[in-house]
Design a protein around this ligand. Structure first.
Ligand code: ZN
Length: 326
């Protein structure tokens, strides 16, 4: 077992740590609830986040057979904007603000081989290097989970932007003055195509008199909709179709901008609803596509690495940086 690196995926709900070898295989992993979810005091959240990352990384390193104190590259994908110094500047589904995440983890672990990137960018890189995107050079990925994230690879290069805020597909505006987003603005793609939006689409259909196994639930949560869809509930499947049509419209703009070979759908929610989400998204994207009669639409595929994409991508980025450092 050579060339191990640790990858950490900090999402709005879950924090995952994996030991990843040079072939992209996860040889050990641990999952924790994200201690810095929305609503937690920002200062407390930052300290808790560092402690959880460091403790879990040590545990996973031990499980992977690394001796205590071994220094292997550690990559962290964080659900938000990242400064060039590795500060967790802002995330709409996590509560830390301008928090020195990289410095905190470096201090806690006692070595400096730590890289912090955006979580959806990490997942995109994971799929590009070791998942569904292995054979392409131009890829767009959308992750549907607590929010909507994403990433783009253009001619083999991950586009993270000048300040680390690039790839935030979820905050592209798809409806001026539309539904309120977690970021505070209105009409973002995330407001229509996230897990929370899935529940809202279902509630709207129920309020309009639709029949469903979800009738009578006091509060409809995203997991209620995915469970109902799994039972064949037509209203739940229609709610997924609505989400997919919004997602497809957002992706059509990206196809106009970037002309990718492949569009990948990933994220925790899409892992459960992919078989309905894929056709609805593909249809909406293709209908909205520029010059559709004169070109082939990009393939739209489900991600293949599941919830390991982020940790694999983060570990890979940290390992590659270690190799190229002067
Ligand atoms: Zn937004």
């Amino acid at each position: 077992m050579t060339d191990l690196a640790l990858g950490v995926d900090i999402g709005g709900t879950n924090l995952r740590v994996g030991a990843v070898d040079g072939t992209g295989t996860v040889v050990a992993r641990q999952d924790r609830p994200t201690p810095a979810g929305a609503g937690v005091d920002p200062d407390v959240a930052g300290r808790e986040l560092v402690r959880t990352v460091a403790d879990t990384a040590r545990l996973v390193a031990g499980q992977a057979g690394l001796a205590p104190g071994s220094h292997v590259p550690l990559g962290i994908g964080f659900a938000g904007g990242i400064s060039t110094e590795g500060e967790a500047v802002y995330g709409s589904n996590v509560s830390t603000r301008n928090f020195p995440l990289r410095d905190g983890v470096v201090e806690a672990l006692g070595h400096a081989d730590v890289l912090v990137v955006n979580d959806a960018n990490a997942a995109t890189w994971g799929e590009y290097r070791h998942g569904i995107g292995q054979d392409v050079r131009h890829l767009v990925m959308a992750t549907v989970g607590t929010g909507v994230g994403g990433g783009t690879v253009v001619d083999g290069v991950l586009v993270a932007g000048s300040q680390g805020f690039g790839g935030e597909i979820g905050h592209m505006v798809v409806a001026r003055d539309g539904w309120r987003c977690t970021c505070g603005h209105r009409g973002c793609l995330e407001a229509y195509a996230s897990g929370q939006a899935l529940a809202r689409h279902a509630r709207d259909l129920l309020a309009a008199g639709g029949h469903s196994v979800m009738e009578g639930l006091e509060v409809v949560e995203p997991r209620d909709v995915t469970a109902a869809a799994g039972e064949g509930d037509a209203l739940a499947i229609e709610a997924i179709g609505r989400l997919g049509s919004w997602l497809g419209v957002g992706l059509a703009s990206l196809v106009s901008l970037l002309d990718p070979e492949l569009v990948v759908l990933g994220g925790g929610v899409s892992d459960h609803i992919g078989r309905w989400l894929l056709p609805a998204t593909t249809r909406a994207m293709t209908n909205q596509m520029f010059a559709a009669a004169y070109r082939d639409p990009p393939a739209v595929r489900l991600a293949t690495l599941g919830d390991t994409a982020g940790m694999i991508g983060a570990a890979e980025m940290a390992r590659a940086r270690g190799r190229t450092r002067a």
